[in-house]
Design a protein. Sequence first.
Lengths: 564, 60
Amino acid sequence: MLFGRLLGQETEYAIRFAPERRHPGNDVIYDALAGAIAARVKTEPGFYPERPQIFTENGGAFHYEYLPYCAEGGLIEGATPECRGPAQLLLYQKAQETLLSQAVSDAERTLRSSGFPGKLGLLKNCRDAEDHVYGAQESFQATLATGFPLSLYRLLLGGLLPLLAATVVLGWVVFIALAVLVLGAALLSTVAIALPPFRQRSFFVRLVSREDRSLENALGRFLYALSYLVTLPFIASFSLLLRLLAFRRVRRRATAFLVSRPVISGAGSVTAGGEFVLSEKAPAIRRVLRFSISPNDRSIFDVGNLMKPALAAAHLHVAPMIALFRREQRLQLGLADSSMLQEAEFLKAGATALVLEMVEAGALDDAPRLKRPIRALHALVSDPSLETEVATDRGPMTALQIQRFYLERAMAFVRNAKATSMEALQVTELWREVLGALERREISSLVGRIDWVTKRYLLETCGDPRDKALLKTIDLRYHELAEGYAARLERSGCARRLVQEMEIERATRFPPEGTPAFTRGRFIRAREPSLSPVRISWESARIGGRLHGRVVHFRADGARERER
Amino acid sequence: MNPHRPNGNAQVDLDREAEPTTEPVQPIQKVQEVLLEIAEDARRLKNRYPKETVVPEGGE
């Protein structure tokens, strides 16, 4: 069945707060936003108490994404529920944006009443004015390996378990030693704080201070570096294993598609030098496959989502580690821009899902292979004229030629599918229209349909090439929810809508059927507030305490629950 | 509706005041109104918006 696989998106939203007096820190803003969301729809807290996260009744989630050394400078991350097909994904992505847009004004009021008056906004983008990168990641259910490579993967993964156990033990020893040190220092500081000469200099005062968070951040940086070192042997070994055996077919046959995809799915960006590039995130991509857990190790295929479950063993959660032995895994794409326009979002997810279907069906065994994928990516996104050729095993090809290859294959694949899929036909038709317009250089016909074209049009018509601040403002403001330029174009009818307000409003409260999100959402919707405390993860819900509570597992087919 | 590059390669005249009209809004006029609004908004915000939206350490 076409579009039978699960897919989803994680989107990091930059927080814009223009304070009238002082900035509360983004962590405080997240709390206000999460509270506002919880006042609109039913929510339950996430599994890890130390991680600020809520799951909503439509099966999606929000959390505060931050680095330990910058707790006050994080982002809001929204995760769609697991969906089936690009139309459903578009609907739930828009539902997420609607929930956040509605929460912004309520959160503003909360902040004002807490002594932080100011103007709040959220940007669905991937690159700020200082070239810091963040943003979107796409997830697709995919086959990690089959046959002998899968058996070998499982065998070698099993062989890594002693190393993982040693990593966990070492991690705990280091953590306990540090906790003793910090508690000791805090105790001494608490005593010292009673003495007037030390009152304002105390380590403890600085550690808990909301005004000066330098000590908290320094401690966070130290712990981050330490955890990086402690986990390095396991992560490096696991990365090597993934490089050898994970998603090899997809990497061989879909990399050229993904590298050329920004011509249809790029959000466009103005670089620090004032040049226009097709994608916000692509210039920051450094590898084909992620090698470490460092956020700067940006890659086309981001296997960080496979590394994290392994490290969950440190929290004595072994189920995520066991799940790594499964044949079907979540393939996460790091090379992903945040789409603002509905057609662009639909096309991006739909074309990518079709390519994965074709890879797994063996319909792309002769797909072009790039000789130097990262170099090719950087060259292609730097050329809005779309003339640049990159080296492939079929000779030099432009991004449009590569896309044409995949489109032709997709059209034949959909045409010859056993069961006709209207959704797949819509995807290939839209892909054909967009690619045709780009090939004929009728690029202006894609204003309001493709993000990089639309942003470039706004930069040309509303900007001034000599005024870099103005260009960057247009670049950034394009992405703001509700008040941004893409949203204004949509409201004025200049950008086509594929899903309607009523559908979106309903999707903020009801989960997609036939997915794990359905049982998750149904569970949250059915919960009575007076019942025992509950904590939700993507796979299960724990009701009551860890020792005497019970666990409800969310099944992949969304049909049944299993309890223990 | 897709504007298809309204009015050929027209640029928005940022210095011109929008004239009130009682006629039904035409698509091109509507697009021009939005572009004018965007241009004004961007000029108003350009000195602070890029700074207000910085994410100090980036993300994933």
